[in-house]
Write a protein that binds this ligand. Structure first.
Ligand SMILES: *[C@@H]1O[C@H](CO)[C@@H](O)[C@H](O)[C@H]1NC(C)=O
Length: 249
């Protein structure tokens, strides 16, 4: 069959059913201005969360497309209070969050991809995750390392109703590719497909996540769920080729 210009164009339009838009490009860790266009320092709510590290802009470095978060042991920091619990701060570390909020729209969703070099040492708690902008959940832990030699993938419907998958994490001294495909199912629930090094590891469903704005966070927490005491030497969490694509119409 001979394609005329007009029919070739129609063919191209008909086969391109998904609108792909780059939300965060792979260049976001190239320079300060690239970084500032997409990312903010610390958690969206401040410097502290549910572990023993307080976040500090000085612990965040990037260049040539690679992010490095460094946790260092410190003393003399005031405690933090989280959910009525007092937590001792033993580290200064780095966290960044995307300025864009991620809301799954009808027939749409996102792909979150990156290469990660993360420790699984006791007391180290690096993570790449989505959490609710208002209230809670949604939360999707696209990759979380809780100091146990494993990597975890989790989706929370409530604090007690959650899907989780823990798998062995070999060669933490090397970069591993993590991809999470987040998609609308029925204008109510959202599916999350978790891939590691190109292999589908788990598919989970977030009940009622449709239309709810989420933050994207890359953090290096310490202690807390990863056990204590954590290391006395510096801990690094590195990320490269980070990219977020939108399939929202
Ligand atoms: C969360 O809610 C969705 C939608 O109702 C459901 O499909 C999924 O199984 C729930 N997850 C758990 C762990 O029960």
């Amino acid at each position: 069959m001979q394609l005329t210009k007009a029919s070739a164009l129609l063919f191209a339009v008909a086969t391109c059913t998904e609108a792909v838009r780059t939300i965060i490009p792979k260049t976001s860790f190239n320079s300060q201005s690239d970084f500032d266009a997409d990312w903010g320092y610390n958690y969206p709510w401040g410097t502290d969360h549910n572990g023993g590290a307080r976040m500090d802009k000085a612990q965040v470095k990037f260049s040539n497309g690679q992010l490095t978060l460094t946790a260092k042991k410190v003393s003399g920091q005031p405690d933090t209070t989280q959910g009525g619990k007092t937590i001792k701060i033993n580290y200064l570390s780095g966290t960044i969050y995307a300025k864009e909020h991620f809301t799954v729209a009808k027939g749409g969703g996102y792909d979150f991809t990156g290469e990660f070099k993360a420790t699984t040492t006791k007391g180290t708690w690096p993570a790449f995750w989505l959490t609710a902008v208002q209230g809670w959940p949604p939360e999707i832990d696209m990759a979380e390392w809780k100091g146990s030699g494993k990597i975890s993938f989790n989706t929370f419907n409530t604090s007690s109703v959650l899907s989780w998958k823990d798998v062995a994490y070999s060669s933490p001294d090397q970069f591993h590719t993590i991809k999470c495909e987040v998609r609308d199912i029925n204008q109510k629930d959202v599916s999350a497909k978790f891939y590691m090094d190109g292999t589908l590891i788990a598919t989970q469903v977030g009940g009622g996540f449709f239309g709810k704005a989420m933050y994207l966070i890359i953090d290096l927490q310490m202690e807390g769920s990863s056990g204590s005491p954590g290391p006395t030497t510096d801990t690094l969490f590195q990320v490269r080729n980070l990219e977020v694509l939108s399939y929202n119409p």
